[in-house]
Design a binder for this molecule. Structure first.
Ligand SMILES: Nc1ncnc2c1ncn2[C@@H]1O[C@H](COP(=O)(O)OP(=O)(O)OP(=O)(O)O)[C@@H](O)[C@H]1O
Length: 226
């Protein structure tokens, strides 16, 4: 990674009461870099994303975000009764009047064309995930943190979402932090990855190396030990 990091987390500790969710965690995302964060249920992945967005406070360590971070939250968090277009607009609220124009999102994510007036709650899971990505893009972010892109979605739908992310990364230099339980997908999309276990970062490196690491293969890629 080169250049100043858009996300720089150093020694981050987060506690919920007496429970330590993150324990001295380091993570960096460079400008225009796609980085994966993998880990099992309860490892602390969502807590890390919340810390980046300032939704939980640090008991120790530092979190620096350079530029604008937008989140695609776990579970997508659509406003089910609002139209797709209104959901998208909510993502642009910080940009004032100029933030209300959603047309660029339909160009970036053509699958949403024709759905603008539909209540978001009536869409499929894949379409909702696309709206969640579109809503995040409305904030004109420098870095997108996506919590569980693929959860509950069919492989073909995930392929489409992944292709959009690749294009955004390639054509617009968008940096992405991809939080995934599907390590195979994370490794395919990202050049570098971190592995979080029980609140501690246990591995970090190029995905090409991690994909050959026996510990990663057995725990996250469904392969044999060793
Ligand atoms: N609001 C909360 N209050 C207390 N404990 C919490 C809270 N949120 C998370 N935790 C605990 O903190 C730890 C990390 O949770 P977190 O949701 O960050 O993990 P995760 O890796 O995102 O898991 P998942 O994949 O299930 O979302 C877990 O032990 C969880 O039970």
């Amino acid at each position: 990674m080169s250049g100043q990091a858009v996300v720089d987390v150093a020694g981050l500790t987060v506690r919920y009461g007496a429970a330590t969710a993150l324990d001295g965690v380091d993570l960096r995302v460079g400008p225009g870099e796609m980085v994966a964060l993998i880990g099992a249920n309860g490892a602390g992945k969502s807590t890390l994303v919340k810390a980046l967005a300032g939704l939980v406070s640090a008991a120790g360590g530092t979190v620096h975000v350079q530029g604008r971070l937008a989140q695609v939250p776990e579970g997508r968090e659509m406003f089910a009764e609002l139209s797709v277009d209104d959901n998208l607009r909510l993502g642009g609220w910080r940009n004032g009047r100029h933030g209300r124009d959603t047309s660029a999102i339909y160009e970036l994510l053509p699958e949403l064309n024709g759905l603008g007036r539909r209540p978001a709650g009536t869409l499929s899971g894949g379409q909702q995930q696309m709206v969640a990505i579109g809503r995040a893009l409305m904030a004109r972010p420098d870095v997108l943190a996506i919590d569980e892109l693929s959860l509950g979605l069919a492989p073909m739908v995930v392929d489409t979402l992944a292709a959009h992310l690749r294009a955004l990364h390639r054509e617009r230099g968008l940096a992405v932090l991809l939080i995934e339980q599907n390590a195979a997908l994370a490794f395919e999309l990202c050049a570098r990855a971190y592995v979080l276990e029980a609140g501690r970062m246990v591995l970090e490196g190029p995905t090409a190396d991690l994909a050959r690491d026996p510990r990663v293969v057995s725990a996250y890629l469904g392969g044999p030990v060793g």
